[in-house]
Ligand binder design. Structure first.
Ligand code: S3P
Length: 168
């Protein structure tokens, strides 16, 4: 089995992915970290030196690579489902879970986590909110194709773990 966590930046994909993987006795991979390890570059460096288009190609390439592995929980990047047919790749190869987080929570979390995220780095608080509302509006159509949607997930993974264990 393969589980993909998807959703907007700051929705809790990596935070929840680790305890879910531990509880399921699966491996855990954060796609952004994996790209960084494989390329030897940080995500901001890839955006600055190669541009977003190349980043999206790398994201697709390494997603395909990881999607060959079994018994794994994969935290994707916020944009992963929306480019290069990635949502289809994930739905074909595993169970997709959309962590649907409230805009106010995303704003408050991302306000303190802009630096490592090139798409929001340098934005003022009001630009950040506008960006989140607009981008989420465009991305929802992809996120909504997930097999499972978890509304307002808390930092506590137990609800998701119990659900997945029943299915395992
Ligand atoms: C992105 C989200 C980031 C990272 C990159 C682009 C996006 O991942 O992949 O900065 O397009 O929303 P997180 O969702 O883990 O922050």
């Amino acid at each position: 089995m393969r589980i993909y966590l998807i959703g907007f930046m700051g929705c809790g994909k990596s935070t929840l992915g680790k305890p879910i993987a531990r509880a399921m006795e699966y491996d855990f991979v954060d796609l952004d970290n994996y790209i960084e390890e494989q390329t030897g570059m940080s995500i901001p460096e890839i955006f600055a030196q190669k541009g977003e288009k190349i980043f999206r190609e790398l994201e697709n390439h390494y997603l395909c690579e990881i999607s060959e592995r079994d018994n794994i929980v994969i935290s994707t990047g916020g944009g992963t489902p929306c480019f290069n047919g990635n949502m289809e790749i994930m739905n074909r190869s595993g169970t997709t879970i959309y962590l649907c987080q409230d805009v106010d929570i995303l704003v408050s979390r991302l306000r303190n986590a802009r630096v490592k995220r090139p798409l929001i780095d340098g934005k003022t608080d009001s630009e950040l909110r506008t960006y989140i509302v607009e981008t989420l509006g465009k991305r929802e159509e992809y996120y909504r194709r997930a097999a499972i949607t978890v509304a307002n997930p808390s930092r506590d993974a137990s609800r998701i773990i119990n659900f997945l264990k029943i299915d395992k």
